[in-house]
Design a protein around this ligand. Structure first.
Ligand code: GLP
Length: 249
């Protein structure tokens, strides 16, 4: 696990954008896993800038989004607004997990048929969720409908003009799907994430902290800003727990 700490949200996002851009340059028909939420907004903005300057070509890229609220198109709209409508990606190459359980298998097969996810971008929920795999989700879980926890509902209320309209369910890729990605970029920013970052990265690997499973993935880069890394930095002064490959910028 590589942990890269940048001084602020903007610098963290720039580094994430460089990683994505590099991956597309190395493989123009990249299979890219995408997250929604506030953390990735600046990353997408920088990718749009690069694309509009002609530095990045999405014409052969395929994307799979991680999740969506059931009965809504909220994350579809989010992706259109922040990325898809501003880059040269083909609409038919952008996929979201289906709400219809009968279509889940086809969706998972499609990921396999495309050769699997090359690069998966992940945010981190305050309760340790990745995508909408809430605490207690099985590490073997696959794409499915889940009930959202009260914590997630209140954390995500900020995205809804009327918080009472937040759907209680979401469709999400499972943890096993995420772990099959060849490379993972996990992003976390802000001091409110510092506790969960520390638990997920250096605590025990447990289904109670879904993101902790990433410790077992062979190719994960964690991108943090200094606030999110606050508790890690303190720990690292006390003991050299950080992997020697860790880069701190
Ligand atoms: C949300 C989404 C995730 C996201 C994570 C972090 O609830 N389901 O895909 O990565 O939680 O969200 P944010 O970036 O807004 O903190």
């Amino acid at each position: 696990m590589n942990i890269i700490i940048k001084k602020n949200y903007r610098e963290m996002s720039k580094k994430a954008a460089e990683e994505v851009a590099q991956a597309i340059q190395n493989k123009p028909n990249l299979i890219l896993g995408l997250a929604s939420g506030s953390t990735v907004i600046e990353l997408y903005k920088i990718l749009v800038e690069k694309s509009q300057k002609g530095e990045l070509d999405f014409s052969q890229v395929t994307t799979f989004n991680l999740d969506e609220y059931v009965g809504t198109q909220i994350y579809h709209s989010f992706m259109r607004e922040h990325l898809f409508s501003k880059i040269n990606i083909k609409k038919e190459n952008t996929f979201f997990p289906p709400e219809d359980p009968a279509k889940t298998e086809i969706f998972e097969q499609l990921i396999q048929d495309k050769g699997g996810i090359d690069l998966q971008i992940l945010g981190l929920g305050l309760n340790g969720h990745i995508a909408f795999n809430e605490p207690g989700s099985s590490f073997e879980s696959r794409t499915r409908i889940v009930n959202l926890t009260q914590t997630t509902l209140s954390d995500n209320a900020k995205f809804f003009s009327d918080p009472s309209h937040i759907p209680g369910q979401a469709v999400t890729l499972g943890i096993a799907d995420i772990m099959e990605a060849k490379k993972i970029l996990l992003l976390a920013s802000g001091k409110e994430k510092s506790q969960i970052v520390s638990k997920a990265l250096k605590g025990p690997v447990t289904e109670e902290i879904p993101a902790s499973i990433l410790q077992k993935h062979p190719d994960v880069t964690v991108l943090l800003d200094q606030e999110a890394a606050k508790l890690l930095e303190k720990e690292s002064e006390l003991s050299a727990w950080i992997d020697p490959s860790t880069i701190i910028n």
